[in-house]
Ligand binder design. Structure first.
Ligand SMILES: [Ca+2]
Length: 238
């Protein structure tokens, strides 16, 4: 027993030192049972993002992930010293392990830094720019960061971004949607049709026939003239 405690103590100390560089640690035991079911589809890992599963001590698991460029987070279960490396920041365990206890979750910092913030629950890496640009130039600024203009996928993200705007004194932001084609289908920057909207009442109205961009403001979404300048939020995809 003593040796086990000594061993755990040593491992934790090693990881603490390691943690000062590239690894963030979260304990997910408390949050698993309260996971928001609305986010399951967003946060459950699928096989394509699991890089490897093997028996590793925590420190080896951390080092292995840190050295692998494609690894962005990992899960470690100390009860059986199992390491599960992931190419995503998503926190949900793979389906075959979803009910298991004892897993801790760790992320690499380096993919969401340089002024970007990370919302662990939403898996959202974002940065509010409190300068006004039209949406095209806002996207150029985001891309210079290796990011894109923010798109919002669900109500939880909308609520969170609303808080970010309020705290950042941003009256409105340009978001990464645009009206495409005669039917004015709302597409995101990757040419995917958007599925989540939060239109303000009477919007979108395409006022004067030239409102192809979307802003988010205090009352939801409004289509507006793409030439107008707004604050914006960039999102790194992780
Ligand atoms: Ca409008």
């Amino acid at each position: 027993m003593f040796y086990m405690i000594f061993y755990i103590h040593t491992m934790l100390n090693m990881l603490k030192q390691y943690n000062t560089s590239n690894i963030d640690i979260y304990n997910m035991n408390s949050s698993c049972s309260t996971w928001n079911p609305d986010l399951d589809s967003v946060n459950n890992l699928n096989a394509s993002v699991v890089l490897w599963e093997r028996n590793d001590y925590l420190i080896d698991c951390a080092i292995g992930c840190d050295r692998a460029r494609s690894c962005r987070s990992f899960f470690h279960n100390p009860t059986n010293e199992t390491c599960l490396a992931s190419s995503s920041y998503k926190r949900g365990l793979p389906t075959d392990k979803a009910g298991q206890q004892g897993w801790n979750y760790y992320t690499k910092k380096q993919y969401c830094d340089q002024g970007y913030s990370f919302n662990q629950t939403l898996g959202l890496c974002y940065k509010l720019y409190s300068i006004s640009k039209d949406c095209d130039n806002a996207m150029i600024s985001c891309e210079a960061d290796g990011a894109k203009l923010l798109t919002i996928r669900n109500e939880a993200e909308y609520s969170f971004i609303y808080d970010v705007m309020m705290k950042g004194s941003a009256p409105s932001i340009c978001i990464g949607l645009r009206a495409i084609g005669a039917n004015r289908e709302w597409m995101s920057w990757n040419s995917q049709a958007a599925s989540y909207f939060k239109w303000d009442i009477y919007q979108p109205d395409n006022y004067l026939g030239k409102e192809n961009c979307v802003e988010m403001f205090a009352y939801g979404y409004n289509d507006f003239d793409c030439n107008l300048a707004k604050y914006f939020i960039c999102q790194r995809f992780i």
